[in-house]
Design a protein around this ligand. Structure first.
Ligand SMILES: [Zn+2]
Length: 786
């Protein structure tokens, strides 16, 4: 009978925590499945407010769908490979695996404190060999399908992290997305996944009607893939020194139908071939307009050798640095050919030139089919999209299951039966740049083909490979034969609701979609698209303080905010304030543990959900807290007075009260409020995902309840129904608090509502069915004529 203090909140949470364990997915076929997936975290060791936001949303939605009769799948795991673990381990002198394990343990406890109902029996960790065994399996499947290849490439080299970065991991200023270092270009042999083979399918997939709520993400994906208006072909390179034997050049063209008429290839200055060091004397011609390289590319359709020029005098397609010169169809190419003295086709050779649209499309298709059969490309793609460079020269990643043998030509895939290729222990990561090259014992192995001595591939995979298929392993985490069974995928895919941050809306989504398209093409998953609905949440921003001029960040306690303008306490220098993404270096972060301690779990959850829609950035500002705190308190008071009134009804004769017009008016009003607000709440849970608006609807219903006088509460059926409804719809967001209110509600004597259809009186609030709108409720319809 006290006010709702933090102490009471902690008591409540303590009381309910173990009783609110996630209802494990049950194989009840009468219920339809609903797969709620939230992007799994990198185990950095500490939850941050961004995690609190995404996992609160995820848990709220999972609980909501459970209460709506769905068989909910709600897993959690760890995206555990990658550089931060390795770098942290080097700094602290411990093994990355030990560091990762200890972080996972701590973050798991934090997620449990946040009241998240994850199905921990599905938990997976990408650095666990029980997981990466199957990442390797999928790599080999792609290898089998010709989707994996090794090629010398000019790569982005991060000199700080000592590794290669994918193009996508280099920002607009040419700096590493992780270390911030200026990226260098280096020529290295690298592993690629031929993602571009699926570009058309990935582009068309964006029109798949199963995608709901993707909004601007569709455009981000579309922009990333580009317009698939051309084709890429691999041209074999030839030169006198046989330096380029077996090397190919990928040539993009929007006009494959004219490939027979190609007479030269141009590459842009600074592109890979331009950076190859040739003997100065060997350069065939070098002038102010072009440089002719001492090598040729063989046109796979005519067998003709095409000269290669470095020049900026032709037009390159967007994002492409290689151009197929066809003077016959391009005026610019003709001008260049004339300047470079390249023979242009004689009139006789021109005869076959295509004229009608029909001819063009037939020829195009024919050329592409031949190229596909030859394994030299021929798939629709855009000029800017690149294949996925997955090699990383670092230790902490999934080993690439390939060996090299002196006797057998080229790389040899490790047989499926020998998986996993286990990441060896390396003594200690004492300095930068450690790679698998140092695991000498592990390196030597036998060739699967001839049995001779062989060495292992030392590159590991980009962690985006690990996270491109985790949502499938969740469905079948104990499978020892396959990454997941086809039958299980058929039952549970696609993911119904995928929740995560906007920073992953391009790369991660693209790779995950690619992998699912691939798995679909080999018949392992039922749909091309893996994710049906997206809920992309905005960032949590903290207020930052920087010294004007120098830009040095200050912690809030070092800022004097008492004057008209903020200044640094020590120096008196002017301070600029801004809202920025929370980070340690900006001193603007909030520790979730502090929030949980000071306000309790459910209040923290309500605070992160209130005021701002999940999709918007939110400014984390304690001045917005009182609204939620007050509301929770009012709910508490409402329940207390309800219990009080119902417990002391003996002296009042109900008939005399419920016959008055005033009573009937209240009754009608409560009936109305219940239906009106319930409708708003449910709509915002399911359709708009505006959980903040759902909260304000609940607050509206609370206000209505607060206006009912005690003598009415004592005998009102509609008050009782509305109060029950409010507690039930609150439960997904504040499960402990709602459970406590509910136990008070069902314990109240002199109950009026005897319906067991509407309320299951013996069960907790999370086991109630979602309230329904009364059929005889008339919603006011506003009709405007304009
Ligand atoms: Zn061999």
């Amino acid at each position: 009978n006290e006010d709702l203090s933090t102490l009471i909140k902690h008591d409540i949470e303590h009381r309910w925590r173990n009783k609110l364990e996630a209802p494990i997915y049950s194989d009840d076929n009468k219920k339809s499945k609903f797969y709620v997936l939230s992007m799994f975290p990198y185990p950095s060791g500490q939850l941050h407010m961004g995690h609190v936001r995404v996992y609160t949303i995820s848990d709220t939605m999972a609980r909501f769908y459970r209460m709506n009769g769905k068989n909910v799948i709600h897993p959690m795991g760890w995206d555990a490979f990658g550089l931060p673990a390795e770098n942290a381990a080097i700094e602290r002198g411990i093994e990355p695996s030990a560091w990762t394990k200890q972080n996972i343990k701590h973050m798991k406890e934090q997620l449990q404190k946040l009241g998240c109902s994850f199905e921990w029996d599905r938990e997976l960790t990408t650095c666990d060999q029980k997981y990466y065994c199957w990442t390797q399996f999928i790599f080999l499947r792609m290898y089998e399908e010709g989707l994996v290849y090794r090629k010398e490439a000019l790569v982005n080299w991060d000199p700080v992290d000592q590794t290669v970065l994918a193009d996508e991991q280099v920002d607009a200023n040419g700096c590493s997305w992780r270390s911030g270092a200026k990226v260098e270009k280096k020529l290295l042999n690298q592993w690629f996944i031929r993602t571009t083979r699926f570009s058309k399918s990935l582009l068309d997939g964006l029109d798949d009607p199963i995608l709901k709520n993707w909004k601007d993400i569709i455009n981000l994906q579309r922009h990333w893939i580009g317009e698939c208006n051309g084709t890429r072909f691999e041209f074999e390179l030839e030169d006198n020194s046989s330096k380029f034997t077996k090397q190919t050049l990928a040539v993009f063209t929007c006009n494959p139908e004219h490939i027979h008429y190609a007479s030269f290839i141009a590459v842009a200055p600074g592109s890979i071939l331009d950076r190859v060091e040739f003997d100065c004397d060997s350069i065939i011609e070098n002038n102010s307009v072009f440089k002719r390289l001492p090598l040729q590319a063989k046109n796979p359709f005519t067998g003709k050798d095409l000269p290669i020029y470095v020049t900026d005098q032709v037009e390159y397609d967007e994002g492409s640095d290689c151009h197929l010169g066809v003077p016959k169809i391009s005026e610019i190419d003709r001008l260049f050919a004339t300047a470079a003295n390249i023979p242009i086709l004689s009139p006789k050779e021109n005869d076959g030139l295509l004229k009608s649209v029909e001819d063009v499309s037939v020829t195009r298709e024919h050329i592409n089919t031949v190229a596909q059969q030859l394994g030299i490309g021929g798939y629709s793609c855009s000029s800017k999209l690149r294949d996925w460079l997955i090699s990383r020269q670092r230790y902490w990643g999934t080993p690439i299951p390939i060996v090299y043998c002196k006797h057998c030509n080229g790389p040899q895939p490790v047989p499926y039966s020998e998986l996993p290729v286990i990441l060896p222990d390396i003594d200690r990561l004492s300095n930068k740049g450690k790679s698998l090259l140092e695991a000498t014992e592990w390196l030597s192995t036998k060739c699967p083909k001839c049995g001779g001595d062989a060495t292992r591939e030392t590159d590991t995979m980009d962690t985006f490979v690990d996270s491109s298929w985790y949502f499938l392993r969740y469905l079948d985490p104990y499978n020892k034969e396959m990454p997941f069974s086809k039958e299980v995928a058929n039952r549970f895919m696609p993911v119904d609701l995928y929740i995560g941050g906007k920073e992953h809306a391009v790369l991660h989504l693209y790779y995950a979609r690619f992998l699912n398209h691939f798995l679909h093409s080999v018949g392992l998953v039922p749909s091309q698209e893996p994710f049906q609905q997206l809920l992309i949440q905005g960032m949590v921003m903290g207020q930052s303080y920087r010294v004007k001029g120098t830009g040095r960040y200050l912690p809030k306690e070092n800022v004097d905010l008492s004057g008209p303008k903020p200044v640094e306490k020590v120096t008196g220098q002017a301070v600029v304030t801004a809202w920025e993404k929370m980070s340690k270096s900006k001193h603007n972060g909030v520790d979730p543990e502090t929030m949980l301690k000071e306000y309790g779990t459910d209040t923290t959850r309500l605070l992160i959900l209130a005021d701002v829609a999940p999709t918007s950035h939110r400014h984390w500002n304690s001045s917005t807290f009182p609204g939620i705190l007050k509301w929770q308190h009012r709910l508490w008071l409402t329940m207390r007075s309800f219990l009080n009134i119902r417990s002391n009804l003996e002296n009042v004769v109900s008939d005399t009260v419920s016959d008055t017009p005033e009573f009937k008016e209240h009754e009608a009003k409560m009936f109305d409020s219940r239906n009106y607000y319930l409708k708003g709440v449910t709509f915002n849970y399911t359709t708009s995902f505006q959980l903040s608006v759902a909260i304000s609807k609940m607050q509206g219903l609370t206000n209505s309840l607060r206006q009912v006088p005690p003598e009415v509460i004592g005998h009102s059926l509609q008050f009782e129904r509305a109060l029950a409804c409010l507690i039930i719809v609150l439960a997904p967001m504040a499960p402990h608090f709602a459970s406590e209110l509910w136990s008070g509600f069902v314990s109240a004597p002199n109950r009026i509502n005897t319906s067991t259809k509407e309320i299951n009186w013996d069960r907790g609030v999370l086991e109630q069915t979602w309230p329904e709108i009364d059929l005889n409720y008339c919603l006011q319809l506003v009709c405007m004529v304009s």
